[in-house]
Write a protein that binds this ligand. Sequence first.
Ligand SMILES: O=C(O)CCC(=O)C(=O)O
Length: 248
Amino acid sequence: MDLFNVTNESILPFALPQEEDYSVKWDERLDGFKINLPHGELFYAEHFFNQEISDRCMAYFLENNANNWQTTNWKNLTEDEFNAIDFKNIKWKRESINLYGKNVLLPRMTSWYGDPGKSYSYSGINSNPNEWNKGLIAIKKRIEEVALVKFNSVLMNWYRDGVDYLNWHADDEKTLGVNPIISSVNFGSMRDFILRNNDTSLKISIPLNHGALLIMGGELQHHWQHCVPKRKQVKGMRINLTFRAINN
Ligand SMILES: O=C(O)CCC(=O)C(=O)O
């Protein structure tokens, strides 16, 4: 037995189709999996941020002047009550989109941070960036070391419980460039992130838990869509950050 042949290699905690155009390789140095899909690439690190840092991130995102962020039932607050809260670090808001002529509130809270001028356009929402803060810059720097990209903006999604969700879409806006690298970091309750192939409708379900990192790259956004479906049994909150490099 080779006593020095120690490896932390683990088993991918979700299923990939057993087909030849899918492959997965453990990267010892990055402590994560490099995955190739038809027309797309992923990097998945289940515990990219440890428990202590991930706990601190949740607190940082939700600290405020009025409510205990852990025990409050955020869904019980009226719009006015929510808008009166002064969050210490993140400017959360509930956006609405225009759907068939009607204004519909998004089923989650959002916030957009970025370099000056890096505005965000999605489903008719046009959001100017909030100014970076210390916490977001620290997370961004750590992720850039792995993604090997300089990000200039981040979209934050706060799913207050398992009923909050995100619909099918691709991050394929022109301003993200041709084959964007999008880095998604996750805190709080585990939620399933589903990828669906545009041609075959084949789906891959990726569990994203407290501290997990998922990087999407290659041609993925042109050939796959993704969503975070409702999971009514999930009672806890989840906060997701997708770091992006915008070209405008
Ligand atoms: O919450 C997630 O995991 C996905 C977020 C996402 O797809 C987006 O913000 O475009």
